[in-house]
Design a protein around this ligand. Structure first.
Ligand SMILES: Nc1ncnc2c1ncn2[C@@H]1O[C@H](COP(=O)(O)OP(=O)(O)OP(=O)(O)O)[C@@H](O)[C@H]1O
Ligand SMILES: [Mg+2]
Length: 248
């Protein structure tokens, strides 16, 4: 199933200076597919994710999520689309003074899910992400890796079609990054959702089936994982150094 279709997306940010952040981006994402977005700082990665998540609007072009053209949906109906999405951010975006349990279930409580449905879903994600023992802790008591697992649990508890992650391991050490990424991939595979993941880390990108490279708001390359993750990792590194002009 085609989960996401992006067509000729352009974005000009209007501040003091006009910035063309996206200059004609088109690609598709199928269910169960994991696609990485890489590229130098300022290449438009976060702008792209914010537009897909309907937090921001494109200047022109289309974002079609599970067949719905987001540009044609009235503002008050955007929440229906957002319910199909799960967000994971670099800084976790958790509420410090709530417990882990409260943070994870907040989206369900706000969407008026029934109490027993909430309990069943919480049990399931806590199991998948191996976090039953921390459910009653407060967020400020958690390690970075634990906090990111909570953020992932919150992003997937409503079984989204599409997980959007912007530097989900950006604040973690490399071992914890890999652990968190493996959990995220496991959940995504089990739930058969699609994932669009922005990362600067070639190791994290090598977990994707496909990596799209942006430069100056354009797609400049796209590579597929194929058989071997180690070879894929090396190809990612080679392309990144080319892109960043680092040819020492
Ligand atoms: N709200 C905004 N207003 C004005 N300009 C913006 C805004 N957001 C981003 N930009 C500009 O758009 C361009 C793309 O920014 P974006 O945040 O998408 O890059 P990025 O690829 O995510 O970079 P990074 O790797 O540093 O996170 C940059 O030149 C940035 O300065
Ligand atoms: Mg960014």
């Amino acid at each position: 199933m085609n989960v996401l279709k992006i067509e000729e997306l352009y974005k000009v940010h209007s501040g003091n200076v006009l910035v063309s952040a996206l200059n004609g981006i088109s690609f598709d994402l199928q269910s169960e597919e994991r696609v990485g977005i890489m590229g130098p700082s300022g290449s438009g990665k976060t702008t792209l994710l914010n537009i897909v998540s309907t937090i921001d609007e494109p200047t022109s072009g289309q974002v079609i999520i599970t067949g719905n053209d987001t540009g044609r949906i009235p503002f008050h109906e955007r929440s229906l689309i957002r319910r199909k999405l799960g967000f994971v951010f670099q800084n976790f975006n958790l509420l410090d003074n709530l417990t882990v349990r409260e943070n994870i279930t907040l989206p369900l409580v706000m969407n008026s899910f029934k109490a027993n449905e909430i309990t069943v879903r919480l049990e399931k994600v806590a199991d998948q992400l191996n976090m039953k023992s921390i459910l009653d802790k407060y967020v400020f008591e958690l390690s970075g890796g634990q906090a990111q697992r909570v953020a992932i649990a919150r992003a997937i508890i409503h079984t989204p079609f599409l997980i959007l992650a912007d530097e989900p391991t950006g604040n973690l050490d490399s071992k914890t990054s890999r652990d968190v990424m493996e959990l995220l991939c496991n959940v995504q595979e089990t739930e058969k959702s699609a994932m669009l993941l922005v990362t600067h880390d070639p190791v994290i990108a090598s977990y994707c089936h496909r990596v799209i490279f942006l430069k100056d708001g354009k797609i400049v390359n796209e590579i597929h994982q194929g058989e071997n993750r180690q070879t894929f990792f090396q190809r990612i590194i080679d392309l990144l150094s080319l892109l960043e002009g680092d040819l020492r």
